[in-house]
Each structure stands twice: as C-alpha cells, then as structure tokens.
Write a protein that binds this ligand. Structure first.
Ligand SMILES: *[C@@H]1O[C@H](CO)[C@@H](O)[C@H](O)[C@H]1NC(C)=O
Length: 504
C-alpha cells in the first residue's frame, strides 16, 4: 500500500504594501493593513519601506492601545539619503525643507531594485508562488511594473480624497494653468476631468506647480508616476462614498478604473462617539500629555475652542506667525496652537520667543495653550469643547475633523491641500479659507473676523450652517463603517474578495 504523503501547507496569501515616505502615507497604509486583516485573517501583509520609516512604523505600532494583528510584517530596504543629495538620515518628508522634498521623491525610485529583489526572495521562499498583490502608493507606482514583471496583481492606494486626487493628477498631467495668458486679469482655469464651471485658481497651486512646464524636476517625477498609477487594476481611496459624491464621479470618469472607497482609515474609537483618550496614532511624542490637554479643554464650554495645526511637515513664516498670534489674541477665543519654528529655521529645533509678539504667552494666560511640535490631535478633535480646526487641510486632518463634526478654517500649504480646501468650501460647505500658501499676507483683523464667523456664527449664521453640515458628514462617515451595512465596510469586503477570487 502506498504511504500517504502529507500535503505541504499552502503558501501564505501574501500582500505587499509600499507606502510613500511621509507620515501621512505610512499611517494610513498601516491602518489599511489592519482593516484588511479584520476582514479576512488569511493574509500575510508585508509593509515595505526605508529603515527609518520602518522604525517609525514600529514605534507607531508600539504606541497603539492594542497590538495590530501578528500577520503584519515590517520590512526595511536599504536606502542612503546622502546618495541622493539629501541630508543624512532624510528618509521622510517630515522636517525636510520644502525645496528639498522633490529630491526625496526622485530618491524614492531608487528603492525599485531592492524592492524587486525582495519580491523575488518571497517567491523563492514560497516555492514559486508570487504574492497575491502589491498595493503601492500612487507616488510609488513604479511598483505596478514590478508587480507585472513577477506575475502578480497591482493596485494603487491614494491616501488622499477623491476630489483632491483627481485634481492633483489632472493638473500635474495636463498643466492646464499654462494656458493662462500671462498678466491676464483672471487667474482661473478649467481642469480636464472637472466640469467647465468648476474652475481652479493659481492661488491653489504651490509654487513649484505654478512654475512647472513639463521639463522641470517636479514634472519629471510626477508625470510618469501618475501615468503609471493609472495603469493599475484598481484604486483604493481613503474616503467615504457618501461624503464625496461629486469628487468620486470626477475621479472615476477621469481614471476609468474601479475605485474602492474604504475610508476613513481612522482609529475605530474615533468613529464611535467616544471622547477621552483615543490613543496615539503616530509614533510621535506629543508636546503635552493628552490628559493635560483634555483637562484644559474640560474647563471650556462646548464648541468654544479653536484648534490650530499645520500638519506633520509644515510651518508658516515668521511674519505670518506674528499676525496669526495677534489675531488670536484679538479674537479672545480659547485656542490650542501647535507651533513649530517658522520657515527657514530647523523645524525640529528650539522655539524662540521672539517669533511671537512680546509677552504673548504670558498675556494669553488661560485663553490659549501653545503646544510645541506635536499635540494629541485626536483627543483634541474628539473633545466637545473644540469648535473649529484651523488646518492646512491635509487629508488625514480633514477626515479626523469631519469624523467629529468639527468645521474647518483652511490655510492650505502644499500638495493637494488647496483642492481639498476648495472642495470643503464649495462641495461640503464646512470651511472658510483664511489664506493659502506661505507667500500670502495675512492680517490680524482678518484672522479675528474668520474665527468669529466660524465660532460665533457672525455674518448670517454661516458658522451655524457649517457646523450643521459638518455634523451631517460625521453621521455619514460613522455609518459608512457599520459592520455589514456601511458602504466602506462593503467596499473593503469587495476588495478582499477581489484579491482572493479576482473580479466578479
Ligand atoms: C498593472 O496590471 C495591469 C493588469 O495586469 C497591466 O495591464 C498594467 O500594465 C500593470 N501596470 C504597470 C504599470 O505595469
């Protein structure tokens, strides 16, 4: 009788993820991995990046209130920033001056050879079975080619919203603002993919995009990467179907690929209406313990406090900082301000008192809380006393704010933030734009006026209307993650079964 052979265990269903090297991309990828495993524990997921970013993810994981599933592996690939004319240990956009960021983008393509080697090692270990798919950041879309070369399936994940992504991609690919007649009286232009009536303006573009001509170093990175991201099997988008109806229509028409809206990739606690400690989301140490921040907020009435933060990698100029401080003081509104050294100084360096009006911190006393570098943003946004968020309108901040029904005051600085702000104003009605960019002049009076519009509802109850809209969005966002019923839950289930069984 023949002896029965024990069948070898089936190779794991391995998903490879490749985020872009920025905090606002790494964290959503980690959340995506966790979500996928919640939907189906069958997968092994490797998140691949440079050594320092992998360390950063490790500390983000260690800081989480509960450990993520053990099927998540972090893999670092060799990378030396000094090979790319970057300062040593620059592996992330955090703290990198804006004029150096493009070097980091170009340097990211140097990961292609070690990434390919990593995939071929996996295939060898899995006795010839390739990973089930590679999910790459829309800025790392050379990975789509790697996927194809190893016979695996490529997907793109955009950590931005649908509207912002569509505008970002179309403007980079088409550079429509170049058709504006120089010195013309209007600065508005149509964008391919968007209806004629939805015009964009030069003020929404950052300086390098304004100057782009298709030959510059920004265009030379973004045009091919975006084109390759359009050659993928489908896109995951960190948004909610019901809150971005228009943006998704534009995006789907423009890229002509399936789009799964699986957002918001936020800690579940934030979506359950809990206040109190949410637990850190990033690997950063806040400049103030969350408990102290909550205590301070507890001492203020509901919806009275303005929260101010320009995100993980931005700051403003000295002059702007001064006017903002004066405007805050004039408004007499309670505020929490996350502050970093102004443009031109080391972002990670010490903060000098002369960057703020003389005696500012003493005078504001109980009115304000100045927090250096990092604040416990989730706890602040979840607190009932927080009434508005003055934000750079980075997509993660936008989702965090809307998930708590907090209206925004926009001050977009880079990337697709100007388009997000435009959408928050025009499509969602939850935002007033204070100013745009680092070259704009702001005045303390204007700061005060805008704060009053949003917090006091001056000017025809605009603030009240914004708050109502923001609350409606909060409910749509929370409904989207409901088990079995919510649109994002269903999209994630559909994506997971597409990985396992292919397109229906
Ligand atoms: C991604 O996969 C699709 C389908 O296999 C393929 O047509 C496409 O060329 C791939 N993308 C790239 C950039 O190789």
């Amino acid at each position: 009788m023949e002896e029965e052979q024990e069948a070898p265990p089936p190779p794991p269903k391995h998903i490879i993820m490749l985020p872009f090297m920025a905090q606002g991309h790494l964290i959503p990828f980690l959340e995506l991995a966790i979500q996928i495993l919640h939907h189906h524990p069958i997968f092994t997921i490797s998140i691949v990046n440079t050594p320092l970013n992998i360390n950063y993810l490790r500390s983000a994981i260690a800081n989480r209130p509960s450990p993520p599933p053990s099927q998540i592996h972090l893999v670092s690939l060799p990378f030396h920033s000094s090979d790319h004319h970057l300062p040593p240990n620059s592996e992330n956009t955090d703290g990198l001056p804006f004029n150096q960021i493009i070097k980091l983008f170009h340097a990211s393509t140097a990961l292609q050879p070690p990434f390919s080697e990593f995939i071929s090692d996996i295939i060898a270990k899995q006795l010839g079975t390739p990973p089930v798919c590679i999910i790459s950041d829309s800025f790392m879309s050379w990975a789509n080619e790697v996927a194809t070369s190893f016979g695996t399936v490529n997907y793109t994940f955009t950590t931005c919203g649908a509207y912002g992504t569509a505008a970002y991609d179309s403007i980079w690919l088409n550079l429509p603002h170049r058709n504006l007649v120089d010195g013309g009286s209007h600065d508005e232009f149509p964008v391919p993919g968007f209806p004629e009536s939805c015009r964009f303006s030069i003020s929404q573009l950052h300086q390098y995009l304004r100057a782009a001509d298709g030959e510059d170093e920004w265009s030379r990175f973004f045009q091919p990467q975006i084109s390759m991201s359009l050659q993928s099997n489908g896109w995951l988008c960190n948004t909610v179907e019901e809150i971005e109806v228009f943006g998704l229509e534009v995006l789907r028409n423009y890229i002509k690929l399936p789009v799964w809206c699986i957002g918001p990739l936020l800690p579940t606690k934030m979506l359950k209406g809990n206040t109190g400690l949410v637990g850190p989301r990033s690997g950063k140490q806040p400049g103030i313990p969350p408990e102290k921040c909550i205590e301070w907020l507890d001492s203020h009435p509901p919806r009275s406090v303005l929260y101010i933060s320009f995100g993980s990698q931005n700051t403003i100029t000295e002059t702007q900082m001064m006017e903002l401080a004066k405007g805050l003081e004039k408004s007499k509104k309670p505020f929490i301000w996350v502050i970093r050294p102004p443009i031109g100084f080391d972002l990670k360096g010490e903060f000098r008192p002369e960057w703020l009006p003389l005696g500012f911190e003493d005078r504001i006393g109980k009115q304000g809380l100045v927090v250096h570098k990092w604040a416990p943003q989730l706890e602040i946004l979840c607190h009932v006393s927080t009434g508005a968020f003055l934000s750079h309108c980075g997509w993660n901040s936008v989702l965090e704010s809307l998930s708590q029904g907090v209206p925004l005051i926009g001050w977009p600085l880079a990337a697709e933030q100007g388009y997000n702000a435009k959408m928050l104003v025009e499509e969602m009605g939850v935002c007033v734009v204070l100013t745009s960019g680092i070259h704009s002049r702001i005045e303390k009076e204007e700061v005060r006026r805008v704060i009053e519009v949003v917090l006091d509802g001056t000017e025809d109850g605009k603030g009240e209307a914004m708050r109502k809209k923001a609350s409606e969005l909060r409910e749509l966002i929370r409904a989207s993650v409901e088990i079995k019923k919510g649109s994002s839950y269903k999209a994630m289930s559909d994506f997971v079964s597409t990985i396992l069984f292919g397109f229906k």
